[in-house]
Design a protein around this ligand. Sequence first.
Ligand SMILES: C[S@@+](CC[C@H](N)C(=O)[O-])C[C@H]1O[C@@H](n2cnc3c(N)ncnc32)[C@H](O)[C@@H]1O
Length: 495
Amino acid sequence: MADWTDGYVTDIDYVQAFHRELTPTIHALAAALRGVQAPDPAAPLAWCELGCGPGYAANLLAAANPHLTIEAMDFNPAHVVAARRLARAAGSHNIRFHDDSFEAFAGRTDLPDFDVIALHGVLSWISADNRRWVVEILRRRLKPGGLVYVSYNTLPGWAPILPLRRLLADHAATLTGPTQTRVAAALAFAQRLKAEGIGYFAANPAAADHLDTLATLPASYLAHEYFNADWIPFYSADVAAEMSAAKVTWLGSAQILDHLDYLNVSPGHGEAIADLATSAERETLRDFVTGQRFRRDLFIKGATAVDPGESEAAWDALRVALIVPRAEAPDSVRGLFGAADLRPDIYGPILDALEAAPRSLAELRADPGLAGLDVAVLREAVVVTIAADFVQPCLPVAGLAARAARTDAFNAEVLRQAPYRTELDTLASPVTGGGVLVDHPARLMLLARAQEAEDIPAQVADWLDGAATLADLRVAYERFQSSLLPMLRTLGIGH
Ligand SMILES: C[S@@+](CC[C@H](N)C(=O)[O-])C[C@H]1O[C@@H](n2cnc3c(N)ncnc32)[C@H](O)[C@@H]1O
């Protein structure tokens, strides 16, 4: 009989990671771009995460969205212990973690029906039986109108790498001992074969490059990514077919960049894709065209079109915020097909306005620097800034103070751990309801300020213990004060 792990790695905990495609306001934007009615991210939604790992993302979202009730689950009890500890330290009462298998969770009768069910980095790493339990959870628990967010490794993009994973997993299976040691030995074995110029690496340079990348990644990530019993990349049409048993249909990508066709496919290929009859056919051909390796898909149970009048009002009301300092905003955006320069006459005034504070699209339209700009052009420009990951959609202003009290507590806990944990790299914003990536020295500077350290760069140097010079940290702190901290304050982070 199989043990509870079903061949999934459990002797090494998964990395703590936040993925912005889990953010409710991003889901709402993705749905709006497809003209489809979706759950309102400011409403008191019931939200669920399957296979939540150690729960960093679910905890961050619980703090930044106290109006959500979150049920998160993962069958690894060590993950659930870590997740509950963070929830307790952050004072979060709107989240519960369950150490259930998918099968056990599907059978529970004490759960609400959900508006959103999310699973990131799960589907490709579990067995066909467990995939059926996931779909069964969706079938039983998702409300009509509810969203599913699901990410997975994609074919044909992963095809050249499939044998590399087999090589690594087969070698690890011949060894005994902890997963971490077997991972290192398997990588060394593959590196040796690569150096010897074996046929597979010679014929698949992408696999050889990929092996070099693996050497730079943490064992906790590698173990879960490559060394489980199951590792299955999918054609997107096959995922859509499995999902249909839960009465959900493909809505669109949760990665906003994917919505900008001109950056991802050539005009000719765009036409060939558009000519196909179903979204399953279109999305699969698109993956052949782009070579996409990882999809982040949204499905919906019962798609209905947004009323055109409501849609206009919703676009006007959409507030957006800068999540990088103004000076660091890029001047171009790149997709899987090509890049586009961001016209300074359009993007400059938008970024200038956002540097001061988050703005709604209606407010941006009223900005003198943007007077006369076509509404559709402004909308497109704002979507591009979000696609390029330097702007994020916001929650409404109402409720901000209550959210800030919760994100302050969550961020204080994340910062408290910063001196000895580098991986908790995302802080919660009460303005966006999502996460903001803040690098390690900057997190330590926030902590030193919160502790009212007399000499902040010196305190950070002490924590970094030789990893950076005091002179460099003094320069970095100047920059932190002049550009990063003001930006973080517009996001309700750092006082
Ligand atoms: C690759 S990790 C992804 C974790 C997290 N979602 C993230 O992206 O950071 C997959 C997670 O699924 C969990 N898992 C695997 N099989 C499961 C099962 N049958 N029931 C419940 N959880 C499972 C694992 O413990 C692991 O935490």
